[in-house]
Design a protein around this ligand. Structure first.
Ligand SMILES: [Zn+2]
Length: 82
């Protein structure tokens, strides 16, 4: 018997964007509904599948539309992932 323990892992992912409203500038994690005005942008892993793309898709193609900042209610699109 080995005495090496096995534990489960937790994946914690954050995708940050800056709110484009100059008067707001909120740093928004677009995976968190409470930061995107209550909307889940990662339905069916829409965002995570773009973070780890398969085939010819690149991070330049990363996109998410109609994100609303919870703080100032500005709606904007995201294109590209650094
Ligand atoms: Zn904002």
């Amino acid at each position: 018997m080995s005495d090496i323990q096995t534990v489960s892992a937790t994946l914690d992912v954050e995708i940050f964007v800056d709110c484009p409203n100059d008067e707001c500038g909120e740093l928004i994690d677009i995976l968190k509904e409470k930061e995107t005005n209550g909307f889940n942008h990662d339905d069916d892993a829409f965002l995570l599948r773009q973070v780890w793309p398969s085939g010819i898709v690149t991070h330049d193609d990363f996109e998410c539309s109609d994100i609303t900042c919870s703080k100032c209610k500005t709606t904007f699109n995201v294109k590209g992932l650094e």
